[in-house]
Design a protein around this ligand. Structure first.
Ligand code: 13P
Length: 249
């Protein structure tokens, strides 16, 4: 699974040229069609073009965040609206939402519950540099994962492990350390969810076409959530091609 998170970037012109570049680089001939390739563009661009058109048909469509309720909530987008617009997934709990918009675990849990069994949730978790330096990464992740406790999770439930210090910095943990953390995340969710689900776990944070293979080779890395490098259609297609030749789901 590879997901592009464009964050608050893009324009009409960029959307159209991005797909052109992507489709030139994307290795259609050897593509394993079971691989989930998700695009979380800014939601305002979701219906900006004909998603049924063949140039877009490699993609699953998603959003970068969602609200847990509807009605008098100015600026919000609800889960019902995502279903209405045929979205396939929503990211929740991104560290930028936690830090810039002050979202806490209670709110993120409400979002998870409103998505669960309706639209695939992609829950982001990750420690800060300070927490990493203190050696408390696993404690922090376990705390962020408390929101799954006792929940009957949908099979599609996905986690993105995104160390805050790796986002947009060019720094990443060692692949073997990412692998160990992913195993830990899978174990925690399996132990604490009502249905003992083993989630898909993606890595996010400074993934590029240069380092992607080193992550994808690791056993418990099920794919990537890509920020900056996803803004270039050619680079994103290269990352998908690398994933396609390294992993099989
Ligand atoms: P970068 O790939 O730009 O580090 O961003 C990662 C991210 O935050 C994806 O959600």
């Amino acid at each position: 699974m590879i997901i592009a998170n464009w964050k608050c970037n893009g324009s009409t012109e960029m959307v159209l040229s991005w797909f052109e570049a992507y489709n030139i680089e994307f290795n259609f001939e050897n593509y394993d069609f079971d691989i989930f390739i998700g695009l979380a563009l800014p939601s305002i661009y979701l219906n900006h073009f004909d998603r049924e058109d063949s140039q877009f048909n490699f993609a699953e469509w998603g959003v970068q965040d969602v609200d847990h309720s509807d009605g008098s909530r100015t600026g919000a987008i609800s889960v019902d609206m995502l279903i209405d617009m045929e979205c396939d997934f929503s990211i929740i709990g991104h560290s930028e939402r936690r830090q810039i918009f002050n979202e806490d675990n209670d709110l993120i849990k409400e979002k998870l519950k409103s998505l669960n069994n309706r639209i695939m949730p992609v829950l982001c978790i990750g420690e800060t540099k300070e927490e990493n330096d203190k050696g408390i990464t696993k404690d922090i992740l376990k705390n962020q994962l408390e929101i799954v406790n006792g929940l009957e999770l949908d099979e599609s439930f996905t986690i993105a492990y995104e160390p805050v210090w790796a986002i947009g910095s060019g720094l990443t943990p060692e692949p073997k350390d990412i692998n160990e953390i992913h195993k830990y995340i899978k174990d925690v969710v399996q132990s604490n969810s009502a249905n003992n689900l083993i989630p898909t776990v993606l890595y996010g944070g400074s993934v590029t076409d240069k380092n992607a293979e080193s992550f994808f080779k690791e056993e418990f890395v099920d794919g990537a959530l890509v920020g900056g490098a996803s803004l270039d259609g050619t680079t994103f297609a290269k990352i998908v091609n690398i994933f396609n030749s390294t992993k099989k789901t």
